[in-house]
Design a binder for this molecule. Structure first.
Ligand SMILES: [Zn+2]
Length: 304
């Protein structure tokens, strides 16, 4: 068995074990600072031990792995990602980056002193689905999780406890986190690398096995834009006297779509979406000319 075949088998075994332990309907569920995430971390520890990796937890209860005999204290290259998921999410989202890091560590054995020390970081609490806030494990680690965030209720209601309760249950140092104490000296990190599944369809469409992220798009959002027309009887108002809000918004969005195409041709990075577009439920009807449309508008770009 060559190296690549062996690594593939190791990666599949680890990914499948964790999928089996956290399966939930059509996907997997690994709640942030909750049971599925705990199960995933325990299995990572077991596989790490089998690969000869040493494990330890930081005070935000993120899991760190290293080659057992690599105790160098130089700034480390961190390879990592998150192990939690949205409810019934995908097995590879986050976890693939942790598993890739473990295989890198394992492949460095015997020649690791030729390069900077590598650590693998399995982060907890990245997904906002559980407490309405993202990046909880990494922000807590850096002393940047606001104390108020610890009071956020679980998605199923306050009866299920707060983020602070869940973190404490996992053994995190909630007092230090509330004080905004940095639990990781940032100077100890030389670089951070994260392998992640692509969230979009481009790599599959282009047939690329792997690609580098060149940036993350920032966004501008208008959650509720109103277009006001004039309601009227669909059988009684002739075309020339109509002010149809639906047709106006349709025209506006198709003009913007055309504008978008031109900006792309000019070399700009841009995506735009109107994910919500509705007539008011209390007054709309098949036989009423729409007098109002509400829609959302979001634009994202890597350009300033
Ligand atoms: Zn992810």
């Amino acid at each position: 068995m060559n190296d690549t075949t062996a690594w593939r088998a190791q990666a599949e075994a680890l990914l499948n074990d964790i999928a089996d332990a956290t399966r939930d309907g059509p996907g997997i569920t690994r709640e942030s600072y909750g049971p599925g995430e705990d199960a995933a971390l325990q299995l990572l520890e077991q596989h790490a031990a089998a690969l000869g990796l040493a494990c330890e937890y930081d005070r935000a209860r993120n899991l760190w792995m290293r080659l057992a005999d690599d105790t160098r204290t130089d700034p480390v290259v961190v390879i990592g990602s998150h192990v939690d998921s949205v409810p019934q999410g995908g097995n590879y989202d986050g976890l693939a980056g942790v598993v890739a890091g473990m295989l890198v560590l394992s492949s460095l054995r015997g020649r690791h002193t030729q390069a900077a020390p590598v650590r693998v970081l399995a982060l907890r609490g990245e997904e906002s689905a559980w407490y309405g806030r993202a990046y909880m494990g990494s922000m807590a680690l850096l002393g940047r999780l606001p104390a108020a965030a610890l009071q956020l209720p679980h998605r199923t209601g306050a009866g299920a406890g707060t983020l602070g309760d869940a973190m404490a249950r996992c053994g995190a140092d909630v007092d230090a986190i509330a004080r905004g104490e940095s639990l990781l000296p940032v100077a100890a990190v030389a670089a951070y690398l994260e392998l992640h599944i692509e969230q979009g369809p481009v790599m599959v469409a282009r047939g690329w096995p792997v690609a580098a992220v060149t940036g993350i798009r920032g966004n501008v959002r208008h959650n509720r834009v109103r277009c006001i027309g004039e309601a009227g009887h669909s059988g009684a108002v002739p075309r020339w006297l109509r002010k149809d809000a639906v047709l106006a918004v349709a025209q506006l969005l198709s003009r913007m779509d055309e504008h978008w195409r031109v900006l792309l041709q000019m070399g700009m990075d841009l995506v735009m979406t109107s994910g919500i577009c509705t007539t008011p439920a209390q007054s709309h009807a098949v036989s009423v000319i729409p007098g109002e449309v509400q829609f959302s508008f979001e634009a994202r770009s890597q350009d300033a």
